[in-house]
Design a protein around this ligand. Structure first.
Ligand code: GTP
Ligand code: MG
Length: 179
């Protein structure tokens, strides 16, 4: 059995834990606790260590999905999780531009530790004030359209939408790596 380890990272409340819950075939191991500080303004619970889920993606291929915390005070977990990953997705809530700076920081952090394929997933595109893919790409520092990671929009609550993002990530991985 081939196991592919994918990390789901991104800003607080972007939908990392929800993403994994939407597709995991096993009960997700989560470490969500009551949120305090700025995270509490977004939602009541927040990930403090990691989420873990599993999905049989194809015969002979299982995906292990690791969700990171969004809060940078838990960045030691970003480090632990990214080091063994094959590829990762960065989730960004498109309607919360104040978080784009943190998204850039996460990208820089990950990029420093692992040169692996990345997909940018915009969530909350159905929400008021959501930015377009093009504008988020520019805000994240990807000015050149030809030289940027792939972007998708998704809703972490919808299984089909999450599976579609996973397919794009795996295709991107296949094109860029030797298994
Ligand atoms: N409207 C809308 N809601 C979404 C979408 N994606 C996720 N959500 C909601 O956003 C919230 C995300 O919560 P979590 O999955 O806990 O977020 P997280 O990224 O794990 O956050 P931390 O662990 O605190 O960093 C949930 O209430 C989801 O239902 C989307 O595309 N549209
Ligand atoms: Mg979480």
């Amino acid at each position: 059995m081939e196991i592919m380890r994918l990390v789901v990272t991104g800003t607080v409340g972007a939908g990392k834990s929800t993403f994994i819950r939407s597709v995991s075939e096993i009960a997700v191991v989560d470490t969500d606790r009551v949120a305090t500080g700025p995270a509490a303004e977004i939602k009541t619970r927040t990930t403090v260590a990691m989420d873990f889920g599993r999905l049989q993606f194809a015969p002979g291929m299982a995906l292990h999905l690791y969700g990171t915390p969004g809060q940078s005070r838990f960045d030691f977990m970003w480090d632990i999780l990214i080091r063994r990953a094959h590829a990762y997705i960065l989730l960004v809530a498109a309607h919360r531009p104040s978080d784009f700076r943190l998204a850039r920081r996460i990208l820089a952090f990950m990029n420093q530790r692992a040169q692996i394929p990345v997909l940018i997933g915009l969530t909350h595109v159905d929400c008021e004030g959501a930015w377009s893919v093009e504008n988020v790409a520019i805000a994240l520092g990807f000015l050149d359209e030809k030289n940027r990671p792939p972007f998708v929009t998704l809703n972490a609550n919808q299984k089909e939408s999450v599976v579609n993002a996973l397919i794009v990530l795996i295709e991107h991985f296949m094109q860029n790596s030797v298994m």
